[in-house]
Design a protein around this ligand. Sequence first.
Ligand SMILES: Cc1ncc(COP(=O)(O)O)c(C=O)c1O
Length: 408
Amino acid sequence: MKLDLQFVRSQFPAFSEPSLKGWAFFENAGGSYPCKQFIDRLTSFYTKNKVQPYYPYPASILAGELMNASYKRMSEYLNVDASEIHFGPSTTLNVYVLANALRPMWKEGDEIIVSCQDHEANAGAWRKLAARGIIIVEWHVDSETGVLDLEDLRGLISDRTQMVTFPHCSNVIGHINPVKEISRIAHKYGALCIVDGVAQAPHGFPDLRDLGADIYLFSLYKTFGPHLGLLFVHKELIGKMENQSHFFKEGITRNMLTPAGPDHAQIAAVQGILDYFDAVYEHHFDADVAPAERNRALNGLFREHEEALLKRLFDFLASREDVQIVGPNTSEDRAPTISIIPKNKTINEVYATLTEHKLMLGMGDFYAVRPLMDMGIPRPPGVLRISFLHYTSMEEVDQLIAGLKKAL
Ligand SMILES: Cc1ncc(COP(=O)(O)O)c(C=O)c1O
């Protein structure tokens, strides 16, 4: 089964937007285009249900039902319980809240292992716990490849370790970490396994039950939906954490980790992402299976398409003498995110030429400051980042390659 790209792209208004015509989008790691199902649901909620939810009058009842359905349907896709899903304003804020909620579970002198491959969202808030008696153990990346080595982790972890945290996938080198294996190592020592899945989820939602992490986070504005952060917390854990909301929210798990209060409309519209996934599934497959199984099939479809494009781009970049590919010199275990450093021109020069060729990319450090420091990459200028998703076409990759040939 091959991905029907024309069908996929017809679900995203950006691809038929006149002002974007001819522009190829390669900054998806910064945020994806939203699907039309999400936009429609958001518009509908703002039109018909923009009232305080959960009161017993029709518009309000429906508002609450739409929100509840997002928790339920999202949990079914991720293969967990609806009570384990939380929607916060962003992943950065979700980690900040988590660090405060978990600290009372630990005692002075306990250790937490924090990777140096993370976006600062999953680093700074943990490191701040050093001022509150927790010892931060840094899990550094390889200075050449930027990869986290499991042998290093085995040397760092001990019975004093309360938590291991790292990214499912790096947002700068695109390397995918073996979450299941790391989670097994953490659990062997009784430590929690906390995973930043922000750079991985856009390439296929995870099966969280299968992955085995205790806490998993990703950002819905990078997965075709609203500017919210999704937080999964294993149900056995939340009761042990400190309530971060109003005192009278104690025990109400949906509120305990979202002190900012929910964005009703955006939460209700989250379902639009799943409407989109359902539409893609139904377009490609006949079997009527549970959402978690649909998700598995979609992951395969998306991955196969992304891999074909990634191979074309990676082979081109690897063939060039005038480019340094940041990270491992392979497209294996890599999401379609490639950072490069031009050898003969400045990043700004290359970027300017790519813009002339109607190519949208990212440059800088992407808040992955610690990985760049570990790899000795100066910032500024940082790197030029190319990232794409399953809705990207081979023609767009060819447009990028043509642009790079001129720019480098
Ligand atoms: C890997 C990774 N983690 C965390 C974040 C932060 O997410 P948010 O903007 O939802 O706080 C980002 C944002 O780019 C990211 O790429």
